[in-house]
Design a protein around this ligand. Sequence first.
Ligand code: 9D3
Length: 261
Amino acid sequence: MQLGIVTLFPEMFAAVTEHGISGRAVRSGLMNLALFNPRDYTTDKHRTVDDKPFGGGPGMLMKTEPLMASIAAARQAVAEKQTAGESAKVIYLSPQGKTLKQDSIIDLAQRKGMVLLCGRYQGIDNRVLENEIDEEWSLGDFVISGGELAAMTLIDAMTRFQPGALGDEGSALEDSFSNGLLHSPEYTRPQSLEGIKGIVGQDVPSVLLSGDHEAIRKWRLKQSLGVTWLKRPDLLLAMSLEIEQEELLEQFKQDYARDKA
Ligand code: 9D3
């Protein structure tokens, strides 16, 4: 995937290009990031990248000419790496965008390339928005200081769907949310925490040590349904359960009521 990234803070992207799963995807050429800093497209002595909003008010906007020039450069860089006729969409990470969900990540991850525009200050001139931006995406209803962390979050999430990006780390399609449910609890060694930091009665559930794969599958599905019911009931309300799932969730609720009493 070819990404052209327009940002006043290109150094921040080392977080995704140099670390972890996304770092490996970049080193192997699976993900290619080309960074474009509007500051490099300024023409004044002070390399100004902000400007005052017409009508007054607090805060600044991104200065239009360097912004437009850097978007054009990013578009061209992505286009050059794509097949003839394909034109990359320009995505603006913005608090006013549609909220990203795992489904939208899966859709975006199928594309060959795109331009990501990271906003700073109070945003961009509305004419740039209307003429240059194809899609506007948000992380959710809270405020962060600029689009970079959102772009990096999107890049990380899309990387997980690139064929071969997840080695031993499993399959993106098996992650939480991909079946609409949260994942069941997981355990590692030691088998007993008795005597460690005063934790008592916290042994690994014996079914996980049983070697009975069908029993383990059922236990995990039951826990998955139960933990979703407890932590994210909104997810359960949005889906329709199969018979086995209904029964296992009912059992979980009964166990839960009994354990509480
Ligand atoms: C004054 C009203 N706000 C505009 C709707 C101000 C404002 C808040 C945050 C302007 C820019 C920003 C910077 N945020 C982002 O660039 C951003 C963001 C976010 O703040 N929350 C969730 N997702 C995103 S994606 C980009």
